[in-house]
Every structure is written in structure tokens, then in C-alpha cells.
Design a protein around this ligand. Sequence first.
Ligand SMILES: [Zn+2]
Length: 140
Amino acid sequence: MALDGYIFNLEREYATYSNWYCENRHATPEKCRARAVLQVDEISVKVGHNHDSDQPSVKKRIVLSKLYKQAESSVEAPSSLIAEVLEGVSDEVKKSLPSKEVMAASFNEFRAKTYGNFSLTEMLVYNLISYQMPRPKAPF
Ligand SMILES: [Zn+2]
């Protein structure tokens, strides 16, 4: 998850809360020991970070993960979904993203891996019945 410009990775999930650690935990030479606890809708950071937040790169990853979520759940054309996801995104972040053509190509590839040879109608039905089957992980 992204929080204030930092990325946290899930460490462990419990019945009522989950523990998260800073993605720089294994960074060298300065390991970051920041941790967060997520309880229902409340997040508390337990230990501060030993490094600056990296807003543009985190925002970039949020944009890309939104795109992959859309690829899984929408039957719209990639170009319109990309335009939707890029709405309100700063120029600085846009510059760090792959070109729209590259994003559209990887979007289509991801969608194809997720849905195989389903037709658009089948994809829609697939989403409506929210049938759970193993899906490939987004590459970001
Ligand atoms: Zn950190």
C-alpha cells in the first residue's frame, strides 16, 4: 500500500489487523525499520522512516496499479482507460510513465493473460459473477 509517499509491503494478515513494513526494509546500506499497522480503516505508523518519501515514483506506481486493476475489471478500450487513469496526474509523474502506446500494449497483454481468449461479453459475464480463479500478478 502507499502511504504519504512511502510504499509498505504486507508482512502478515491477522483476523482484525495487518502488519506492513517499509519497502526499504532490505535496502542497503541503511535499512528502514518503519512499520505500519492497518486496522479496519485506521492506519498507524509505528516507527518513522530513515529516508525521504519519494512522491513521483510512488505516484507513478499508484497510476500503474490502477491501470492494471482496470484491465482486470473493465471491458473498455485501453486508450480510454489510460486517459481516465491519467486524469489529474501531474506532468512530473506523467513524464516518468511509459508512453501511452507502451502502456496500452502491456495493458492488452495483461488483459489477455487474465482472460485468455474470452470475448468481451464473456469477460463482462465473468466480472458480473465475480468467479474467482487464479490470476497472473500485475508486473508492477
Ligand atoms: Zn521507510
